[in-house]
Design a protein around this ligand. Sequence first.
Ligand code: GLN
Length: 538
Amino acid sequence: MAIQTKYIFVTGGVTSSLGKGIIAASLAKLLQAQGYRTTIQKLDPYINVDPGTLNPYEHGECYVTDDGAETDLDLGHYERFLNVTTSQANNVTTGRIYQSVIDKERRGEFLGKTVQVIPHITDEIKHRIQILGNSGDYDIVITEIGGTVGDIESLPYIEAVRQLKWDLGEENALVIHLTLIPFLSAAGELKTKPTQHSVKTLMESGVQADILVCRTEHELHDGLKSKLARFCNVKKEAVIESIDVATIYDVPNLMLSEGLDKVVLNDLGLASKTPDLTKWNQFIERHKNPKNEVTIGLIGKYVELQDSYKSILESFIHAGAENEVKVNVEPIHSEYLTQSNVEFKLSHLDGVLVAPGFGERGIEGKIEAVQFVREQNIPFFGICLGMQMAVIEYARNVLQLEDANSTEMDSDCQNPVIDLMESQKSVTDKGGTMRLGAWDCQIEQNSLAYDIYGETQISERHRHRYELNDTYTKQLEAHGLRASGFNPETDLAEIIELPEHNWFIGVQYHPEYKSTVAQPHPLFVAFVAAALKYKTNK
Ligand code: GLN
C-alpha cells in the first residue's frame, strides 16, 4: 500500500562544509535498505540558475544527470549511495526559483497582484519541494537546504520549511539540524554553545529542529547529550553523534549505530526494521582490505581541490574495491607539465587519467602527458577534454599535422581535429547550452570498449560543446587510432582507442557520473585492472 509521502528537511548550522549531503545520503541509504523508496533533493540559495556556469574553484565539480541538468555535486553522492538516478527536480537554486516566478509574472499569471517573497517565492519553493513527493515514486523525500542557518539568502527556504511543516502536519515532516560541536583544546572541552545558538536562530524563523546531528572530533558523553537536548528542545535520543570517520562510506553504518534511522521513522510514524546493508558492507570490506595497490596520475588543472574531480575520485574508490586494489590517485597539475619534466613526473605511474576541463590553461601539459604514456605503453584513460587532447596529440605527432588543435583553443587553426558541431555554432548563451545528459552510444564489436562493456548499446552522460571532427576520422583511423563508439543519430564519435597500445581509451562522455557503490563503472574497473596488470608486468 502506498504511504503518504513524508518529508525530511536537513539544515546546517555553525559552519559550512559539515557534510549535510553525506548525512542526507547516509540516512536515505538506511531508509532505502528498510524498503522505503527514498530520494534526496538539494536546494541551493545562490542566484545562479544552475552550477553549470560556476568555476570549479567556487563550487567544486558540476554533476550532470541523465536528463541533462547541471547540478550540485551532492547529487553525485545521492546517486552513488542510493544507486537511483536523480534529475533536474533534485536540484533547485534561488536563481531558478526567481526565474520561474518572474516568467509567470510576465505571462500575467499573478492577475495583477504584487509579487513578493512571501507568498510567491515561498510558494514556488514549496511547489519545487513537493514535485518529487507528488510524482508517486517516493515514500520519503529528503530535502537538503544549502548554506548555513542565519544566512540572509537562506531565509525564504527556512520560511518555506516552516510553512510546509504546518501544511503537511506533525507526522509527515521533520527537520534535522546538522551542527558542529567544537573541541577547545585549551579548555580540554567540547562546546555546545554554538549549537544552542544555531538552534535558536532556526527558532527565530519559527522552525524547531526535531533531530540534531552533531559533527564532532571526540565522543559526546552522556551528560553533553542531555545538555544539548535540554537547551535545544529535542528528545535525548534525537541527539545524534556524528564523529569523524575514515571514509564517507562509513557514515551510513555510523548513523545506524547512533539510531538516526529509528528516531526518524518513529517521528514520522513509520515502522523500522534492521536495514539490509549486506552489499554495502561487502563493498566496505573490499575497500578496506585491498590485496594490492596501484598509483594513477590524475592530470588536470584543478588538482589542488578535492571537490573539482569528486566523481572521478569516487569512481576510483568503487573500481578499487571491485578489484580489491587500493588506488592511490596522484594529482598532477597539467600547467606545470612540460616536455622536459614529463618523464620524471609520469614514469613511475601505473596509469594516467587526463581529466575533463574547459579553456586553454594547462592543455599543452595534457598533450605532453598523452604523448608520453602513448609512447611508453602506460595505460591511458581520457575523459571528455582528456579524449580530445588524445586526438590532438595523435594528429600532431603521428599524422604530422603540427598545428592540429581544438577550435576551443585556437579558433583559426588549420587542422581543427576537434571542432564545434554545426548546431553549436550559433549558440551564444553559456548556461545549459552544451551537449548535456544521456546520449546513446553504439559500440563496435572486436574493440577494447566492447570487451569492457560487454554490450553494444550503452548510454552515457555528456557535458561538452566540442566534438571529434568527422572529416579527420578516416585519416586518424588509417594511422591506427580507432573510433569504436558512435552516437547512432548524429554519428558523432564517442569513444576512441589505440588497438596497438596496452590499454588506451578516450571517451567524449563522463563515465564518472554513473559509477555507484552498487554498480562501479566498467571503464574505471577495467582501467584499474589494466593498471594493476601493467604494474605486475613492469
Ligand atoms: N571543453 C571541452 C568541450 O566543451 C571538453 C569539456 C569537458 O571536458 N567536459 O567540448
